[in-house]
Structure formats: structure tokens, C-alpha cells
Ligand binder design. Structure first.
Ligand code: SAH
Ligand code: SF4
Length: 353
């Protein structure tokens, strides 16, 4: 059975035409799914009964089922755990910002990249998510939040479980759906794809005219090759030097910057020397970059520790002193198993899978 949320707008039009229906039906269907976010084909009242029946026969409606959710008492962050059709589970995090909601979506079950500090990768990669499974994280959470301007999710970050650029085609199609004017209508500038730095895929994304231009974040996490290679095995072949050459040269829209994410691990990459080295690497292109510092989120069995606040502020100060825009991302929902993949793991342990 197909899922209509696996189709971008052009494909939805083809689907409609192939069945002998008029082209405008694609717009109608998209409106029901992405704007009105209905729960069944029966609610699509401007489609004939015949069309609705055919859709019921041919296209599954829901790809995700809510298993559980946790809300942080500290900052309102909500973490959702979904069950997929094949029994796997994934997480989505809804983050309350000052004046908007941001949704952090997953793109894979697990991850193959193997970063030392990351919980998601502990069991390796299980599989890629389909486009529908990515898009539906947004639809379902927006439904639960309800309509109304104050409830609208305006920002999407691809920073949940998985490496988005290792699931290139489905991630690309999900971005097409999120930004299409007849689908989710989200703003390009409010969508961020975060990558561990797979160079050929970043290059591919920037050369691909069908990939809607959205913001890029790269997890840099270190200021020297040997350190980065230790934390992120992918850096053995995608070196820090090559990464920086690429990030300095890709063409950006005016005013857009690349975010460099840096997980701060106590005693490992959080010293003043590290901060100075990082500043030296990027200060000549400081207009191109901003840095997000993420104090490490410990998880059971992790070999690392989160630095104390003063170490984090000290690191931040060195970067600001070098004119580099730097922001600390204190983990949201620290009381709700905030490290990515933790809620899923806990659930698996509870049900003894
Ligand atoms: N795979 C992509 C996107 C998902 S990870 C990537 O690596 O960029 C999103 C961010 O969370 C990355 O910047 C990663 O470095 C960070 N991260 C992973 N595990 C973490 C942990 N235990 N504590 C803090 N940040 C973590
Ligand atoms: Fe994968 Fe990102 Fe975790 Fe690295 S940090 S293992 S790339 S999800």
C-alpha cells in the first residue's frame, strides 16, 4: 500500500492524473492532509465518495502511532515516542522557544555514523525512515498542539535520531513537502538540516536544484583532526580540513549562516586552548558561521561528562572575544531523558525487546 505522504506535489499530481481524476484534486487532497490535518479519508468532504473509497483501498493513512510522550516540567519540551508499522520506534522532540515552537525530527532508526558521545548510534543503523514517516512526525505533533497562531510549529530541525544526509532522497522529499506552497507551507529559512559532515552529500545537496534551499548545521565538535577523528570516526575520511574548505566555499543566500555545532565534553574538548583553536579556524570567515555550543548530555553508561557551567561560559567567551556569534544550547528537557534515543531505549527495556 502506498502512503500519500511519500509523494511530493508533482508526484501527487501524477497519482491523481493516473487514476483519471482532474489535476486540481491533488491540491484538494494536499489541503486535507497538510493544512487541515484530518484523521481519515472520510473527512475529505469535497472529494466524491468514489475517490475517497479508492484512496482507502490504495493508500494507507497513518504511518505512526503514539506510544508515549513525556513533558519537561522545567522548560515545556515534549518528547514523543512513535511506533512504526514494522514495530520499530522513533522519537520527535517539540521545543518551546520564546515566541515559537520548533520540532526536532528523526530521519533514521538508529545511525551508522558511530559518534562516541551519541546514544542513537549504540545499536547501529536499523533503517532509513520513509518520507511519510518524517513528515508525519510534524503532522501528528501539530495536530496534538491544535490550530491557532500561538500553537503553530514554525521551525523544523533535522536533529533527531539519524544522519539526515545518509537518507538523502527521503529527507529531500520531506523538505519539498514541508516547504511547498500547496503542502506544509513552511519557510525555507526556518528549516535546518544537521549533518555530521558527510562531504560528498553536502556537496550534492548544494548542487541539487530540486533540493529546496534550507539552512545547514554541521557537527564539528572538535578543533583538531585527531580529536575529531576520535569523537567522530567519520572524520577519518571526511577530514576537518576538507570540511572547512567545503564550508568556506559553498554559496549561501545573503544573510544566511552555517551553524557549527560543538558538543562540549568535560576535559576532552572544552578547554580554553580548544576554544582558541576553534576561533582560529573560523574567525576569518566569521560572517559565514555561527557556533552552537551543546553541553554534553550524559546517558547511562556514557564515558563522558558534562562540563560545569563556568567551563561552558569560558569557552563561549573566547569565541565572542574573537567576534564569532556563539550560543549555548542548554539541553532542553534535561529531566525527560533528553539525550536523543534515550526515551526509545528506556521503552525497549521496559517492554523487554
Ligand atoms: N546526525 C546529525 C543530526 C542528529 S544529532 C548530526 O550529527 O549532526 C544532532 C546533534 O546532537 C549533533 O550536533 C550531535 O553532535 C549532538 N549530540 C549527539 N549526542 C549528544 C549528546 N549525548 N549530548 C549532546 N549533544 C549530542
Ligand atoms: Fe549519528 Fe548524529 Fe549521533 Fe553522530 S551525532 S551518531 S551522526 S545521530
Amino acid at each position: 500500500m502506498i502512503n500519500l505522504k511519500d509523494l511530493n506535489f508533482r508526484e501527487l499530481e501524477e497519482f491523481v492524473l493516473k487514476r483519471g481524476w482532474q489535476k486540481f484534486r491533488a491540491k484538494q487532497i494536499a489541503k486535507w492532509i497538510y493544512t487541515k490535518k484530518v484523521y481519515s479519508y472520510d473527512e475529505m468532504t469535497d472529494l466524491s465518495k468514489e475517490i475517497r473509497n479508492k484512496l482507502k483501498e490504495e493508500a494507507e493513512f497513518d504511518a505512526l502511532e503514539l506510544i508515549t510522550y513525556q513533558q519537561s516540567k522545567l522548560d515545556g519540551t515534549v518528547k514523543f515516542l512513535w511506533k512504526l508499522k514494522d514495530g520499530n520506534s522513533i522519537e520527535t522532540v517539540l521545543i518551546k522557544e520564546k515566541d515559537h515552537w520548533t520540532l526536532c525530527v528523526s530521519t533514521q532508526v538508529g545511525c551508522a555514523v558511530g559518534c562516541m558521545f551519541c546514544y542513537t548510534t549504540k545499536d547501529g543503523l536499523i533503517r532509513n525512515l520513509s518520507t511519510a514517516e518524517i513528515v508525519q512526525q510534524y503532522i501528528n505533533v501539530q495536530r496534538l498542539l491544535g490550530e491557532g497562531k500561538e500553537n503553530r510549529i514554525s521551525n523544523i530541525v533535522y536533529m533527531g535520531m539519524g544522519e539526515p544526509l545518509a537518507n538523502y532522497d527521503n529527507v529531500k522529499k520531506s523538505v519539498q513537502i514541508f516547504t511547498h506552497p500547496d503542502m506544509c507551507k513552511l519557510s525555507h529559512r526556518k528549516i535546518t538540516i544537521s549533518s555530521s559532515g558527510i562531504l560528498h552529500q553536502i556537496r550534492r545537496m548544494y548542487e541539487d536544484n530540486d533540493f529546496p534551499e534550507v539552512k545547514l548545521a554541521v557537527s564539528i565538535n572538535a578543533s583538531q583532526q585527531n580529536q575529531r577523528q576520535f569523537l567522530m570516526p567519520i572524520s577519518q575520511t571526511n577530514t576537518l580540513e576538507d570540511l572547512l574548505v567545503l564550508l568556506r566555499t559553498i554559496s549561501l543566500k545573503p544573510g544566511w549562516r552555517i551553524t557549527l555545532e560543538y558538543v562540549l565534553i568535560k576535559g576532552l574538548n572544552d578547554t580554553v586552548e580548544d576554544a582558541k583553536r576553534l576561533a582560529d579556524l573560523i574567525k576569518r570567515d566569521r560572517h559565514r558561521f555561527k557556533v552552537n555550543l551543546i553541553p554534553f548530555n550524559p546517558f547511562p553508561g556514557s564515558p563522558f561528562q558534562r562540563p560545569e557551567e563556568e567551563r561552558v561560559y569560558r569557552f563561549e567567551k573566547v569565541l565572542w572575544d574573537n567576534g564569532i556569534a556563539t550560543f549555548i544550547r542548554w539541553s532542553k528537557g534535561i529531566d525527560i531523558d533528553a539525550a536523543c534515543g534515550q526515551l526509545r531505549k528506556k521503552h525497549l527495556e521496559e517492554v523487554n525487546v
